[in-house]
Write a protein that binds this ligand. Structure first.
Ligand code: DP6
Length: 320
């Protein structure tokens, strides 16, 4: 009645922003992501009849605030009549700071919960369950490049290219480690209700997905760079034009963007993407990763750099 799973966060190159169905957490747009190797969340789920209620420990501290969403995730995977659970989660990177910690946490929780309850579910089913908890978590059930499609009444996941087939590197420039002001779930709804750009964001997404899919298939870095930066900046434009406006960047985020532009002008294979937080993720060709890392480290306001290759899918960890 216990199991441990590990999942890597993923970073969207074509972003999920907006929900079609809030109750079922169905995204309004498809998305394409890469899973990162160096960052991880490990989650142990123990179903224990001696507990009176679920208990959640995150990095050794009891966390009441995040418990309801984790408990709801367990209910969906195992059923509401389950035993209470002790959930112990550890991450090696700052949580709730725009580094996709909810993706790795819910992916690992879903996989561990299913195994603890002795359920044998396929990858896509696990991905759908993880996606009910947090849309981006569905993509962490896949390694390398993954696509979350949203046609019909449910989500569909596919693997576009595994992590060995196009071994890009990602340099994460951490500019702030505190939690973000507005969580993605709430922020997406504010955008849907108030941003004048929201409808055109939704309408144009399929074109961006097509362009990114074609670039990945051809391993065409320049085309992927161009569409990923465009899609990221469009998502942030939707956020900026929302009421209240949601600006996740800080001055260092913009300085990092300028650093990436300078490197591009020097001919390096690099592009940026930014999520609902102030960290910049620079996706680069392996041969340019050291230069990108050095340039971002030297950018004023950058507190920490993490470099990662592309990573594997969420999986169970063998019990000792
Ligand atoms: C900007 O998956 O965190 O990172 O489904 O409400 O939990 P919920 O949202 P979440 O949103 C991710 C938003 C994003 C873009 C992306 O990862 O595609």
């Amino acid at each position: 009645m216990q199991a441990t799973a590990i999942a890597q966060p993923n970073i969207a190159l074509i972003k999920y922003w907006g929900k079609r169905d809030v109750a079922r957490n169905l995204p309004a747009v498809g998305s394409i992501s890469i899973t990162l190797r160096a960052l991880y969340t490990e989650v142990r789920v123990e179903l224990d009849a001696s507990l009176s209620a679920d208990v959640l420990l995150i990095n050794e501290h009891e966390d009441q605030n995040r418990l309801p969403r984790i408990s709801a995730c367990l209910n969906r995977v195992i059923g509401e009549q389950r035993l209470p659970a002790r959930i112990v989660s550890k991450s090696n990177f700052p949580i709730a700071a725009g580094l996709a910690s909810s993706a790795s946490a819910f992916a690992a929780t879903t996989v561990a919960a299913a195994a603890a309850a002795n359920l044998s579910l396929g990858t896509e089913e696990l991905a759908r369950l993880a996606g009910r908890a947090s849309g981006s978590a569905a993509r962490s059930l896949y390694g390398g490049f993954a696509e979350l499609g949203n046609a019909g009444d449910t989500i569909h996941l596919s693997s576009l290219c595994d992590e060995q087939s196009w071994p890009l590197q990602v340099v994460v420039a951490i500019t702030e480690t505190g939690p973000k002001a507005t969580g993605s779930t709430e922020a997406m709804e504010i955008s849907r209700a108030t941003s004048p750009f929201y409808d055109s964001w939704i309408e144009r997404q399929d074109d961006d997905l097509d362009a990114a899919r074609a670039a990945i298939e051809k391993r065409d870095f320049a085309s992927l760079a161009s569409i990923a930066e465009h899609n990221c900046l469009k998502m942030h434009s939707v956020m900026w034009a929302s009421r209240p406006p949601m600006v996740y960047w800080n001055p260092a985020t913009i300085r990092c963007m300028q650093t990436v532009r300078k490197l591009q002008q020097q001919g390096l294979g690099v592009f940026f993407t930014i999520d609902a937080g102030p960290q910049l993720k620079a996706v680069c060709l392996p041969e340019d990763a050291d230069a990108v890392s050095q340039a971002l480290s030297a950018t004023p306001g950058v507190r920490k750099i993490m470099t990662s290759g592309l990573g594997p899918a969420a999986r169970l960890v063998d019990e000792p």
